[in-house]
Each structure stands twice: as C-alpha cells, then as structure tokens.
Design a protein around this ligand. Structure first.
Ligand SMILES: [Zn+2]
Length: 109
C-alpha cells in the first residue's frame, strides 16, 4: 500500500481546482464507509482516509472534482444539471473509467 503525503494531497487538490476553475477547496479526511461527500454546512469536501492510499492520483482528482461539481451546481444527486457540468471537465469515457475504479472500492456519494 502506498502512503499519500500531504504534498500529494495538495497536488491533487490543485489539479481539481484548476479543472473546475475554483479558487479554494477545503479538504478533510475521515474514517468512514462512504468514499467522499460534500459537507454543505461546513463547505468541506470529506474523503475516506483509506481511499487516499488505494486509488490512483487521477481517480482521486476525479473524486474531488466530482464533489466540487456538486457544490458548483448546488445538486445532491447526479441528474442532468450535475452531469452536464461534469461533462465540461471529463469525457463520458473518463467518467465511466473513474466511477468503475471507485465502485470496485465502494460507492461515491
Ligand atoms: Zn456525487
């Protein structure tokens, strides 16, 4: 198992910020069942601690982008509004590829 450093996390965070054109992202890690979620109350993206060490860097970037898109589109589900925004950033092929990698691990929320 690889160990993700603080530096790695920052690198991934900045890649996600550039992709979504946002100027700040607050991240937190937690031991939990879900892969990741957006904490609306605290404007915080919470990521499963074990995911960090088990998924690829590109997939982790996708997870953060995914959660940022929830915030940007003000959506909690994966309907047209959410998907249209995500498709401005990733192709459908990439979305399927990353969601498959994630699903092998758990379920993103
Ligand atoms: Zn989602």
């Amino acid at each position: 198992m690889k160990m993700v450093t603080e530096e790695d996390i920052n690198k991934i965070k900045y890649k996600a910020m550039i992709a979504t054109n946002v100027t700040s992202v607050r991240l937190s890690t937690k031991k939990m069942k879900a892969i990741a979620y957006y904490d609306w109350k605290n404007d915080l993206i919470v990521i499963n601690e074990s995911v960090l060490n088990n998924l690829s860097e590109d997939c982790l970037t996708y997870i953060i982008v995914h959660e940022i898109v929830h915030k940007l589109t003000n959506t909690r589900s994966h309907g047209a509004k959410f998907l249209n925004k995500l498709l401005c950033i990733y192709s459908m092929d990439d979305i399927i590829k990353y969601e498959t990698e994630i699903t092998k691990f758990n379920t993103i929320s």
